[in-house]
Design a binder for this molecule. Structure first.
Ligand SMILES: [Zn+2]
Length: 332
């Protein structure tokens, strides 16, 4: 597309706050975005550079349990460590925020409510493993058992790291809760799903406008859209006690799925930095939005987050999503 833009909003993938930043991430995502932003600044262009720590989700709660500390302790430690590393490397973010901030919780919660009020979710009751001793539902990573494909006795509820198979927790033989060691029981639970199947035509139309994206990015999106039955509804809430609480009656003990709340972190960080004119960067057609990401995040940035923004309404969508080590830009 040959639009001219007045300003550019650059986001860099929010690193997950359960370990230090790796050199691969720096080379693949943060350095390229920093170079791009510095180039724009040197030309006197209006550019904003957003990043922060992704601080919710199951792996952080597992790490906290293992270390006998709270999830907040874990993210406090790594948020500081990562923030310091970026400073030392000279990555010139305009803000390095974090998703455990109050402003992010409010923004993500409001975003969910807008979609909910518009009927943007479907409710589904599914059976999930529950630990009767620990009295909580078990996310996939909280369940281990024997892999049905290769008989590895230490497979997780979402995948076997020995043979690489993607699994669902109910496929594991002799499942065990990693919290108590107990045999989990199946129990019904309600969650809210984004009906990506119904949204597929809109997502398709959006991607059709961006055939100029890098081949690995566009190709991966196409393969999702073109696979068997196409896109499938995806749960945007989880039975977990760490994250942004689902702001709906009857959703006690549930939080927003980390992949729902994390990309909203770009919006809340912009709000935090520019409380008075953040909307200019997210809602004005003359803003060019670019997400720099790692290649494992393509689906979330090119399909799920745009679908969320479309369903919410008012927001612009990414004009480009460069992923991984090689990238190329045309001058606009
Ligand atoms: Zn296996």
């Amino acid at each position: 597309m040959s639009t001219t833009y007045k300003r550019t909003l650059v986001t860099s993938a929010l690193p997950y706050a359960n370990g230090p930043v790796h050199i691969g991430h720096l080379a693949g995502c943060y350095l390229p975005s920093d170079i791009f932003v510095r180039y724009k600044r040197s030309k006197g262009e209006d550019v904003m550079f957003i990043c922060g720590s992704d601080e919710h989700g199951v792996p952080i709660t597992i790490k906290a349990k293992k270390e006998g500390v709270s999830p907040q302790d874990v993210v406090d430690k790594y948020h500081k460590m990562m923030g310091d590393s970026f400073k030392e490397f000279g990555i010139s973010f305009d803000i390095y925020s974090r998703t455990s901030n109050k402003i992010h919780h409010e923004t993500a919660s409001d975003f969910f409510k807008v979609l909910y009020d518009k009927g943007g979710f479907t409710e589904e009751i599914t059976e999930q493993y529950y630990d009767e001793e620990a009295k909580q539902f078990l996310a996939d990573r909280y369940i281990t058992g024997t892999c049905p494909k290769c008989a590895n006795p230490n497979a997780y509820g979402d995948q076997c790291e020995k043979c690489g198979s993607t699994l669902s927790a109910t496929e594991l033989i002799d499942p065990k809760s990693t919290l108590s060691g107990a045999k989990p029981v199946l129990k019904e639970t309600k969650n809210w799903f984004l009906p990506l199947d119904k949204l597929q035509p809109k997502i398709q139309a959006y991607l059709d406008q961006h055939k100029d994206w890098k081949t690995n990015v566009y190709g991966q999106c196409k393969s999702w859209l073109d696979s068997g039955d196409g896109l499938q509804p995806r749960a945007m809430t989880r039975d977990l006690d760490w994250g942004v609480p689902v702001p709906v009656k009857g959703a006690e003990g549930k939080v927003l799925y980390v992949w729902f709340d994390a990309p909203i972190g770009y919006i809340s960080a912009t709000k935090e930095l520019r409380p008075n004119d953040w909307e200019l960067y997210w809602k004005d057609k003359e803003t060019r939005l670019i997400h720099f990401i790692g290649k494992d995040n393509i689906v979330f940035h090119c399909i799920i987050f745009p679908a969320m923004l479309m369903e919410h309404g008012d927001f612009i969508l990414a004009d480009n999503v460069p992923a991984n080590e090689f990238f190329k830009f045309r001058r606009r």
